[in-house]
Design a protein. Structure first.
Length: 366
């Protein structure tokens, strides 16, 4: 199976990098340096080239260096013998320019799945502690990279959902109601909801064994984890749910049922992970979750994604760190980027992997 490999990277005014050029190993790349040196920024730039957007910022302009007029991130991707230059640039108050092979896409979503990537970051704990939207985004981001019909259905569903919610607010503001006006949007929601729900349900069924495999690798077999899919569509059709909750929706002034309310329940020994899991257990779960995402993408796309590991050892005990290092040292993954605050641990990993590993010191030059 072929790997996705970023051969080099050039940054101009990207976050805290005024100008930087990097050459990468096709295997392990360890980024070291003091806090604020820009290690995580490099990982985020890789994510931008793979996914068209930052991992950490929902607004593209937040990637522009303070007081700079623009940013540029560009590099050469290789899959097998095929090399593709990828470019992302943004000027303040202008539209983002994203190109592959010097050509812009009709829509940015067409780039998804071409150069898959998986990021594991301390901020991923939000998947456990925050609301359901973050968990749906994780699930949808994986499915959409290999299933364009799902992505199209999701776009169409969200468009109809937004319009239905606007109409519900209009009814409330004007103290009026017209069921026939809702029917147009209801029919669209009923068309696309089963496509989204079925894809998510099938994904979770195949995903849970992968999650358990990676969690047990790091933590041993004494801890039992699971993942459950929560959805009103498991028991009722979208038509039934919309009719049943119409009165409630009119009061709330938004649509309270459908795929946009689905959720994932993370468990430890059958109990909610957020309630019973320690910091180390929650971190292990998130790492296992993301490594399972790696496997799912690899199987669906037939290529190995790039793996980005940002400060991954934080809050893990010695046994879990050892298990994770063993996992990375297996030749199961493709190109890996890793940041670590302990240079000695990084040196040990580099030594154990192979001679192709590379250490990039981002500390300011004296």
């Amino acid at each position: 199976m072929q790997d996705v490999i970023l051969q080099d990277l050039r940054l101009v005014h990207f976050k805290n990098h005024s100008q930087a050029d990097f050459q990468f190993s096709p295997k392990l790349n360890a980024l070291v340096g003091s806090n604020g040196a820009g290690k995580t920024t490099v990982l985020d730039a890789v994510h931008v080239l793979c996914m068209t957007r930052s991992y950490f910022h929902s607004t593209d302009s937040h990637c522009i260096q303070f007081e700079a007029p623009f940013f540029v991130a560009e590099g050469r991707m290789r899959v097998g013998e095929t090399e593709t230059p990828v470019y992302c640039g943004l000027k303040r108050a202008e539209k983002k320019v994203f190109k592959a092979d010097d050509a812009e896409y009709p829509r940015l979503a067409d780039h998804l799945g071409r150069f898959p990537v998986v990021m594991i970051s301390p901020s991923d704990r939000d998947l456990i502690t925050e609301g359901s939207e973050a968990r749906r985004k994780l699930m949808d981001g994986v499915i959409a990279q290999s299933d364009k019909a799902f992505l199209d259905a999701l776009i169409q569903y969200n468009r109809a959902l937004s319009q239905r919610n606007v109409l519900l607010k209009y009814f409330a503001a004007n103290r009026t109601f017209d069921a026939s006006m809702l029917e147009l949007y209801d029919s669209q929601l009923c068309q696309w909801a089963p496509v989204i729900h079925s894809a998510r349900k099938a994904f979770i069924e195949s995903f849970e064994p992968r999650l358990k495999h990676y969690y047990h690798w790091m933590a041993g077999d004494r801890e039992e984890v699971g993942i459950a899919f929560k959805s009103g569509l498991l028991e009722h059709s979208m038509e039934h749910l919309l009719q049943d909750k119409l009165a409630k929706d009119r009061v709330l002034q938004y649509t309270s049922v459908g795929p946009h309310r689905e959720d994932l329940i993370f468990t430890l020994h059958g109990e909610p992970l957020q309630r019973v899991g320690s910091q180390g257990q929650q971190k292990s779960y998130v790492v296992a979750l993301k490594l399972a995402v790696f496997d799912a993408l690899k199987e669906a796309l037939g290529i190995k994604p790039i793996l980005l590991l940002d400060d991954i050892f934080d809050k893990l005990d010695a046994q879990r760190v050892e298990g994770l290092i063993r996992l990375v040292n297996e030749h199961h993954f493709g190109q890996i980027f890793i940041t670590d605050t302990h240079p000695e641990r990084t040196a040990l990993m580099v030594k154990e992997v192979n001679e192709e590993a590379k250490v990039l010191d981002l500390s300011p030059k004296q």
